[in-house]
Design a binder for this molecule. Structure first.
Ligand code: PAF
Length: 280
């Protein structure tokens, strides 16, 4: 595995592969890799001969009072894991490489509609930061396939919209969420939880699964969401949202509306903000 930090070294390595017609898959990450990330890398490797992983804690997707400085950074362990997985290239850019004009004055990409609801309402600017850095990575790496995790469901829709509206010729693959035996979705932020909070956090997936089951049985969705919110609060979580939305655009289901839905929740527990979802 080659590790590069500059655009020039990245371009030189990718150029050789592209000239020989080899397909390139990109797995964008913020490092601190766990089994969930590893499964995304494996998906990429099964689909394309060349796999590039980017590791960059992107400052523009963190709000002023969020955990940018504290976000866990484990570059040595990440490099070893990616090497063992047979990754071809690891891109570990500096902030100045991704934001040559600084983060403040940088061109930003907005994804209207999807960016200011649910997680975007609580984290203003977050999805603009995600769309901006992902567009930069797409331009730098020019993969023909990119892999993201379903745990960040709203993020996957933002990126789908980005790819469609900016005409990136990139196939998106969404990897399933990996979970602890309790059902808790794997996340770097689980490290912020104490042992007791980990037990409490399992309520998120159990609640979403039950909500999905009730919606499938035709129960009133408003009642289902209210009960889900109450159950999370009773488990000791501070609920940001616990809701059922249309799966394709996260709009609120209208009476009688058909089509796939998704149950989603975000909640605070100790130092962590946790998110999860279940497709219905
Ligand atoms: O999901 C993440 O880890 C990040 O939001 C991403 C897509 C790598 C952009 O920084």
């Amino acid at each position: 595995m080659r590790t590069v930090v500059t655009r020039e070294d990245l371009r030189a390595t990718l150029g050789a592969w592209r000239r020989s017609g080899e397909g390139i898959a990109l797995v964008p990450t913020m490092g601190n890799l766990h089994a969930g990330h590893r499964s995304l890398v494996e998906l990429a490797g099964a689909r394309r001969p060349r796999v590039v992983v980017s590791s960059f804690v992107n400052p523009t997707q963190f709000g002023p009072n969020e955990d940018y400085a504290a976000y866990p950074r484990t570059p040595d362990a990440d490099r070893a894991a990616l090497h063992d997985l047979g990754v071809d290239l690891l891109f570990e850019p500096e902030v100045a490489t991704m934001y040559p004009g600084g983060t403040e004055g940088s061109v930003r990409i907005e994804v209207p509609g999807l960016s200011d609801i649910l997680c975007g309402r609580t984290r203003p600017g977050h999805f603009s930061g995600v769309a901006t850095v992902v567009a930069k990575l797409f331009n730098l790496v020019q993969p023909d396939l990119a892999v993201f995790g379903q745990k960040d469901y709203q993020q996957t829709l933002v990126i789908r919209r980005l790819v469609r509206d900016v005409s990136f010729p990139i196939e998106l693959v969404i990897g399933a969420t990996l979970r602890e035996p309790s059902g808790l979705a794997l996340s770097s932020r689980n490290q912020y939880l104490t042992a007791g909070e980990r037990v409490q956090a399992a309520a998120i997936h159990a609640t979403l699964q039950d909500m999905a089951g009730q919606v499938r049985l035709g129960e009133d969705e408003a009642v289902v969401c209210e009960a889900g919110t109450a159950r999370l609060a009773a488990a000791g979580l501070r609920v940001d949202y616990c809701t059922v939305r249309m799966a394709d655009d996260l709009s609120e289901p209208q009476p009688g509306q058909q089509g796939p839905r998704v149950a989603l929740a975000a909640a605070y527990l100790g130092r962590a903000r946790l998110i999860d979802n279940v497709l219905i």
